[in-house]
Each structure stands twice: as structure tokens, then as C-alpha cells.
Ligand binder design. Sequence first.
Ligand SMILES: Nc1ncnc2c1ncn2[C@@H]1O[C@H](COP(=O)(O)OP(=O)(O)OP(=O)(O)O)[C@@H](O)[C@H]1O
Ligand SMILES: [Mg+2]
Length: 356
Amino acid sequence: MSSISLRQIKKSFGALTILHSVDMEIDKGEFIVILGPSGCGKSTLLNVIAGLDACDEGQIVIEGKDVSGLEPSERGLAMVFQSYALFPAMTVRRNLSFGMEIAGTPKATVVEKVAWVAKLLQIEALLDRKPAQLSGGQRQRVAIGRALVRSSSICLFDEPLSNLDAKLRAETRVELKQLHETLGSTMIYVTHDQIEAMTMADRVAVMHKGKVEQFAHPQSIYEKPASLFVAGFVGSPAMNFIDGRLDGSGRFLTGDIAIGTDAYAFEERQPSGEIVLGIRCEDVTVVDRGAPESIPASLAFTELLGADALGWFDCLGKRLSVRLGIKAARSMRKEVGLRFDMSKASLFSRASERRL
Ligand SMILES: Nc1ncnc2c1ncn2[C@@H]1O[C@H](COP(=O)(O)OP(=O)(O)OP(=O)(O)O)[C@@H](O)[C@H]1O
Ligand SMILES: [Mg+2]
């Protein structure tokens, strides 16, 4: 049984359609990341699931029960907001226990739960402080703790790490992932940070303009992006794109260059029309100028990244990135050829922007 089913969810604010028919089946215990740029509708979707916003059309089923018409408190979910939303006048202990007290949880259970979550999140020493006396990371832990004491089997997170510095963010990311493994609850986590999505998710839903463009394992999102948008949004540096078309024998033509596509596994039977070839920097090799199956390119500059380097080449009227070893980057000639590993490439229809 699915933990959460979203069926044809639609939501508008006035004349503006924010969610266009979102469908999603989430399994019990999955860690789902909803990834997308600012304004694409991530928070709206989470609020609709939580019941903080009503959807205009569609159905939300949680653990077999249609909750579409239910109040947030009747849906059995826990939610962590981006702003943490802690009560400033209450101590950490009270922030953790308040919800349970309101719900009429027996006192002994409240004490037990607060102790459990404080230990789990290592905030035992902070229980008598007020939120203003905590760092951003500590506040964020309290907000997560407040969601966890509700012991619901489903937790929703809206960009919970966005206010943390890079180091704390990385640490908390790992902690949250471990927490998920310990608790086994279903988690839906909203972010615009692709590293969080790639490292934490069992599956990622990439959203764009109120639609889910792809819902898949992070590795397939990276290797086989379903659309031009997904291809350009996921991965750093961004995927290289080259415009062209296919000839009668299936070669990709761009300018006076033809690239064989025998190694490419087409999803579509007879692709035609204008095509965009996408290739990641690690799937391009530098060869001698004029080598077979190579494209003339000249080095613009290199960036040393510590462990490896990026070469930026002018090629086919574009600036393309190529992942290089440090040694190769240091001794790179200017005039070279580039060879694409077509088994790793992505081809998209220019018209539909979908993968071919
Ligand atoms: N109450 C509202 N009334 C009108 N428009 C709204 C309302 N809430 C959100 N919107 C609009 O809906 C769109 C989606 O907003 P949403 O908050 O879901 O985006 P998001 O993907 O969470 O973005 P971010 O990453 O910036 O948090 C935006 O264009 C926003 O301006
Ligand atoms: Mg948001």
C-alpha cells in the first residue's frame, strides 16, 4: 500500500495556476525530495498535502484513507517549516511538549518523549533555553524535534536547512538521513538544493512551473533526464547543450560536423526534427585535433578545483565544459579535438523538450 497518493492535484491562486495536475505515489518509508527552482510550487504542494491549503481539484490519500476534506490536525502528519516557527517565549522543552499537551497526551508520556527526542537530536543541554538563546542550527534541530515527538509516520519538511551555513548544512543533511533510517517514517522534503536532493532522496520529484517533470531515483535523474529542464537544472556545472538535427542514417548534424548515434539508446522510435544534444563534462574526452569522431575545439581557460579541474572550450559556437585531471589541465594545449561518449549523452526534441 502506498503511504501517500496524490491524484491529479490542481491548485490556483486567482487566475494563476500554481499546480497543474500533480500525480505521485509515495511508498511507505520512502525519503522523497521535491526539487525545483524558486516559485515552481513546492511549498504549495507541501501545504496542500498537509491540509494548510485546500486543493481545487484532485484527491490526497494517506495510508489508504482519503484525507482531501480533512483538517491538518486530522491528517496525522508532522511538518517542519522553513522558518522553524518556534514559540519565542517558550523554552525548548515547552516548544517540544506544547503540541502534545494541547492534544491531551498523558504527562508521563510527554516527559518521556521530550527526553527521547532531546537525546536523539543532542539538544539535552538546551532544554531550558529560549529560542533566542540558540544558534540557527540548534533552532532547526528543535523544530525537527517538535515534528518528531508527534510520532507520525509521515514527516514533511519545507527547506529545513536553508538558513544554515554550508558546513552545518552538510552535517545536518547526514543526520537527517540517518534519522530517517532509524525511524523508518515516510519523509517528503522540499528543497531547491540539488546536492540535498541527490544525497538524501530515495526518489526525487523535479518540479517546474507547477508540474512534476520527472519522478525517479537520483541517479536516473542525473544520467537520463526526462526533459531539457531537468537536464539543465540537475548537475554542476550544467550539462553542455548543442543544437542540431538527425540525418537519414541517424547521425546528429551540427554545423558541418556529424556525430554517430549508434551508442545512444533512443526511447523514441523515429526521432526527427530539431534536436538538442546534451553531454555532461565528465563524458567528454580531449583528443588530438583532427582525430576520428572528434570535434575541433580551442581551450578558453581552465579552473582548478582541488581534486580535479574543468576545462572550458570554445566548440561549435558554444562554451563547453570538460572534466579534466589536474595534470592534464596544467599541460592542456589550446587547439584540440573533443570526443563525446554518446552512450552517456542525452538527446531531446527541441519542440517538446522531452528526451528522445
Ligand atoms: N497565497 C498565495 N496567493 C497568491 N499566490 C501565491 C500564494 N502562495 C504562493 N503563491 C504563488 O505561487 C507560486 C508558487 O509558490 P510556492 O511558494 O509554492 O513556490 P516554491 O516552489 O515553494 O518557491 P521557493 O523555493 O521560493 O520557496 C509563486 O509564484 C507564488 O508567488
Ligand atoms: Mg517554498
